[in-house]
Design a binder for this molecule. Structure first.
Ligand SMILES: [Zn+2]
Length: 100
């Protein structure tokens, strides 16, 4: 699920992997260029970390549309700050409900 994609008003492409639940700033322009010729991804676990990361982009003068931060904050509100912990909790209670 992506929060923002590259475009005329955006220098960033940010998504959350719905399996691993890691946030990625794809080929981040604040990261080093890797052997592939692209910049490395910036990866983090928490919504707040990605929000801080985007604020850093803004500070550097990069284009980050408001909707990127808005959709991350919306996600944070809906899923909770530590969404990986929440997912594990849900899985545990699901497992508990299985009757052998
Ligand atoms: Zn970045």
């Amino acid at each position: 699920m992506s929060f923002v994609r590259w475009g005329s008003d955006s220098d960033v492409y940010v998504f959350v992997n719905t399996e691993s639940l890691y946030f990625t700033c794809c080929a981040c322009i604040m990261e080093e260029e890797s052997k592939t010729g692209f910049n490395d991804d910036f990866v983090c676990e928490r919504t707040s970390e990605m929000i801080e990361h985007l604020k850093q982009h803004i500070k550097e003068g990069h284009n980050v549309p408001d909707r990127a931060l808005e959709s991350l904050k919306e996600y944070q509100k809906t899923v909770g700050e530590d969404h990986r912990k929440e997912k594990k909790k849900r899985m545990r209670s699901a497992i508990k409900n299985i009757d052998y």
